[in-house]
Design a protein around this ligand. Structure first.
Ligand code: SF4
Length: 507
């Protein structure tokens, strides 16, 4: 049965202003959103405290549980993913063979349009009218929900965070905690406005309202869409990890289950899940395991009491093959745990929407330009202090800082970066090449900064090591540095001088 928009209009509760947040006009300039975020202390407080809490939890629980083996386990997990990506064609073939043998239908989608077209065809062919969907980053990439609604399939996000985002016309801002930027008050207001319930900001009451609403949708849904945390090659299984059980409802209650996943989710063998499930849960939510882990191999068989009649698996490329070919292959190891976002001081300051894409934080600063064009996101590889916290947090040891530097170099090579930036980096590089130029550059920099501190800040007099000052307003193009912070000036003396005269000279 073909559905027509007129026969089953999407309810007014499903709004998509959020699309504009994830898909801004290109080329994207991070400046306006980053400025707005840094000028919003309430947003910073919410995002920063939630992310810090998760980061501190991960730092405590991972070494506590894994002990000295933690780094070895990260390295091992990284090596398994790297091996799988190095032999992606082999494992992909294995996965397709086993999934097909188990009764699933596997589709390949080269890009977002194709992925959506396949899903819409399934919905039309099966007469889908109501779809329940669990969290899936790939479907955000492909704009699947609006596409389904355009053909009249009401599509309801069932992950609590995504549900709130959906009814509030917002967009997710974190891979694992999509509504990290929202507080209880805004959730209560959205429920009152859209679901027509009395205002409350009690978490239990809000969860109960959402549960009532969603239970009804599960009962009547004829289409269920999920993502996949892992695809197991040697069994053809799809694995999804959730904490709310919504993934189970979406995959089992409706007659047709559609899995939409990037092919990088592959793991060679079922036994590898033991390592990855532990690392994922501890890195993402600091749990031993997520509350629900579903391993699904094909649709319902024979006399089995539940499960879908049909299972479709759509394997999406949408730019991943390019990443697989390029020196960025390592990035496809990502298991979307969100730990690098929580650890990142830039993410904690500007939040996820400032990144202007589906993926935010350090991994988003790499993946978004690679998926949607380096020339379209030339600020993102620079949205990092290169402190290395993301690398320390990553359970599959993706060397994010190294890739950020590589993308910056690539921007220079392709002359995508600003001419003034290229000139500055060239001069900087030249000054670092020889000791004499390094010393001259250091001396000049010190003179300029001390002059700047006298003119635009403070310079406290003290002895040669203590006459520090601060530049409060740097001039011209350097003003960005001091718009959020003061810049410390060097002392009158320097390290080399102190080192030569260190005996008894340093206070
Ligand atoms: S890059 Fe690493 S830390 Fe960041 S989301 Fe992916 S797996 Fe997690």
């Amino acid at each position: 049965m073909n559905l027509h928009p007129d026969t089953h209009a999407a309810p007014a509760t499903l709004t998509h202003e959020g699309e504009a947040i994830l898909f801004p006009p290109l080329p994207y300039d991070i400046g306006a959103r980053a400025d707005a975020a840094t000028a919003n202390p309430a947003l910073q407080k919410i995002v920063s405290s939630a992310a810090r809490l998760k980061d501190t939890g991960r730092k405590t629980i991972c070494p506590d549980v894994f002990g000295d083996n933690y780094n070895a386990m990260r390295a091992h997990a990284g090596a398994i993913k790297q091996h799988t990506l190095d032999h992606a064609d082999h494992y992909l073939e294995q996965f397709v063979d086993h999934a097909t043998a188990a009764g699933a239908t596997v589709h390949f989608a080269a890009d977002a349009e194709q992925a959506n077209a396949i899903c819409l065809d399934i919905a039309r062919d099966e007469g889908g009218r109501l779809c329940v969907k669990s969290k899936s980053m790939v479907t955000e990439e492909t704009h699947l929900v609006p596409a389904l609604e355009r053909i009249g399939v009401e599509t309801v996000e069932s992950d609590l965070g995504e549900f709130i985002i959906q009814i509030d016309g917002d967009a997710p801002s974190h891979i694992v905690q999509p509504m990290i930027h929202k507080d209880r008050t805004s959730v209560g207001r959205a429920f009152e406005r859209v679901l027509n319930v009395p205002y409350t900001e009690e978490p239990e009451a809000l969860a109960a309202i959402a549960r009532d609403h969603l239970r009804d949708k599960y009962r009547h849904a004829d289409l269920g869409i999920t993502g996949a945390n892992f695809l197991v090659a040697d069994t053809g299984s799809v694995v999804i990890c959730t904490n709310e059980g919504n993934g189970r409802f979406c995959s089992s209650a409706p007659r047709v289950h559609v899995v939409v996943a990037g092919f990088e989710k592959l793991l060679p063998r079922c036994e590898h899940l033991a390592l990855f499930l532990k690392l994922l849960a501890r890195s993402a939510t600091q749990q031993p395991l997520t509350c629900y882990t579903h391993v699904m191999t094909g649709p319902r068989r024979g006399a089995e009491p539940d499960g879908p009649e049909q299972m479709h698996i759509i394997l999406v490329d949408n730019g991943r093959s390019e990443i697989l070919r390029a020196p960025s292959r390592e990035l496809l190891r990502c298991i979307r745990c969100g730990a690098c976002l929580n650890a990142c001081p830039v993410y904690r300051t500007i939040g996820g929407h400032a990144y202007g894409g589906v993926y935010s934080g350090p991994i988003g600063a790499l993946v978004t330009p690679l998926l949607r064009g380096l020339e379209n996101y030339r600020d993102l590889p620079h949205a990092s202090s290169l402190c290395g916290a993301c690398y320390e947090a990553c359970p599959v040891k993706i060397d994010i800082p190294r890739h950020l530097i590589r993308l910056r170099a690539e921007q220079n090579r392709q002359r995508i970066s600003k001419a003034s930036d290229r000139l500055m980096y060239r001069l900087w590089g030249a000054s670092l090449r020889y000791p004499v130029t390094y010393r001259i550059a250091g001396f000049m920099q010190k003179l300029m900064m001390r002059w700047g501190a006298r003119r635009h800040g403070t310079l406290e007099q003290g002895d040669r090591y203590r006459d520090r000052g601060w530049i409060e307003h740097a001039p011209g193009p350097l003003s960005g540095w001091t718009s959020q912070r003061d810049l410390p000036t060097p002392t009158a003396s320097d390290f080399r001088h102190w080192w030569r005269h260190r005996d008894g000279d340093r206070p």
